[in-house]
Design a protein around this ligand. Structure first.
Ligand code: 13P
Ligand code: SF4
Length: 305
């Protein structure tokens, strides 16, 4: 069986079984090709709310599948690979957030969407990397407790200096591991290239960038730019997708270490198995968790447009 045969079978099955396949932009090309919708976390969460299908298959990580379930509790939501978690989403403990709330009663708790549904139940509003600045700016409160990504929080606090933003320890082990020296070296190696980075990177890396934004933001910027060369400071798959999309331009991954094992846990065969009903994991959340955690997501959608 070739890759094309597997893709054709997936497409036949998803039609027959009324399955909508969502794929985050970090997924492999062969999965992106059979997806109904692709994008960053924000686009996928909005898409999940409007997809008419009875079943949604999320090719991404667990918190993304949970977000789909929160927005569409009546749908069957399948996570393509049960081992695909996001380490950052589980870095904080619910009791710690409760304690922080008690210690900071006049602060609004802003949670990066990369958090578990359980953690969202004790937060006020969610943000994604593409909506964080816009949402924090619009909040009534001037005092913000931002969790769990300190690098994204630092980026937001620089864009919204008029607000007091307390950062709660945490971050992406993939992006935060890239040192400034890698960015300096990449720029020396490719002096004509623009550096585009995800705000999960360290502030010392973001400072050197020509553009800081979400996965979709980076892709849009590179596609629309008149420039011909780009160093891509986010998961390696984005440089690869861009290279296919813009064959006349050149894309260099900022570092080969920018590889998220969790995002890459899903294979095309996993997707086939899920469509055949023999793979993946159905996301189950209790009614109380859905009601409480959903408030955060609804607040994000209301403020983010
Ligand atoms: P985006 O919000 O840019 O899709 O990022 C999600 C993510 O997990 C980045 O590491
Ligand atoms: Fe989580 Fe980082 Fe992987 Fe994104 S790249 S899913 S934040 S571990």
């Amino acid at each position: 069986m070739t890759i094309k045969d597997v893709q054709n079978e997936i497409c036949r099955l998803k039609k027959e079984k009324d399955i909508c396949i969502l794929a985050h932009s970090y997924q492999a090309r062969e999965i992106i090709e059979i997806a109904d919708f692709t994008g960053d976390s924000y686009a996928l969460s909005k898409m999940a709310a409007t997809a008419p299908n009875k079943t949604v298959l999320m090719c991404g990580v667990r918190f993304m599948a949970e977000t789909v379930k929160l927005l569409s509790p009546e749908k069957r939501v399948i996570l393509s690979s049960p081992v695909a978690g996001c380490p950052m989403a589980e870095q904080l403990d619910i009791d710690l957030i409760r304690q922080l709330r008690e210690m900071n009663p006049d602060y609004t708790v802003v949670a990066y969407i990369n958090t578990t549904a359980e953690l969202k139940t004790v937060c006020d509003v969610c943000v994604t990397s593409s909506s964080a600045v816009k949402i924090v700016r619009q909040l009534d409160s001037d005092k913000i407790l931002f969790l769990p990504d300190c690098n994204l929080g630092d980026y937001v606090s620089k864009q919204v200096p008029e607000k007091e933003i307390k950062l709660v320890h945490g971050g992406c082990p993939v992006h935060a591991a890239i040192p400034r020296k890698d960015a300096v070296e990449a720029k020396q190696l490719h002096p004509d290239a623009l550096l585009l980075v995800h705000p999960e990177c360290q502030p010392a890396v973001c400072e050197l960038a020509d553009y800081v934004g979400s996965t979709s933001g980076i892709m849009d910027y590179a596609v629309k730019s008149d420039k011909k060369e780009f160093i891509i400071g986010t998961e390696c798959s984005i440089a690869e997708h861009l290279q296919y999309m813009c064959p006349d331009k050149k894309f260099y991954p900022l570092s080969k270490a920018l590889l998220c094992q969790n995002m890459k846990a899903t294979t095309l065969v996993d997707v086939l198995n899920c469509c055949q009903g023999t793979g993946g994991e159905e996301i189950e959340l209790d009614a109380e968790t859905i009601t409480q955690a959903r408030k955060c997501i609804d607040a994000m959608i209301a403020l983010g447009g």
